[in-house]
Design a protein around this ligand. Structure first.
Ligand SMILES: [Zn+2]
Ligand SMILES: [Zn+2]
Length: 100
């Protein structure tokens, strides 16, 4: 079975984009039967939106860079830091928690 490049219409921004033969092959190998509805740009935008702002929807772990409020070390935490709330590195977090 061979594929040919296809022109599709993005349902978000209305732009035409190419659903290339390779992508079609990839889709088929994954067992996807639907064609992509959005152009690559909109797909990327939606992805980053989804993982960026909405909490409670993070099945995937996103890490946020923070500076530890205790020792000043740069670290990453698996939740979005709130403004005005101190964030600690794992070591200091354990210390702070034990002191409470
Ligand atoms: Zn688009
Ligand atoms: Zn620390």
């Amino acid at each position: 079975m061979s594929f040919e490049d296809k022109q599709l219409h993005c349902s978000d921004c209305g732009a035409d984009f190419t659903f290339s033969a390779e992508e079609q092959e990839f889709f088929q190998s994954k067992g996807y039967t639907n064609e992509p509805k959005r152009c690559p740009t909109c797909r990327e935008a939606r992805k980053s939106q989804r993982y960026g702002s909405s909490s409670g929807y993070n099945s995937r772990r996103q890490m946020f860079p923070v500076t530890c409020a205790e020792c000043g070390k740069e670290t990453e935490v698996p939740f979005e830091p709130r403004e005005g709330r101190p964030v600690y590195c794992s070591e200091c977090y354990n210390k702070v928690r034990m002191n409470q």
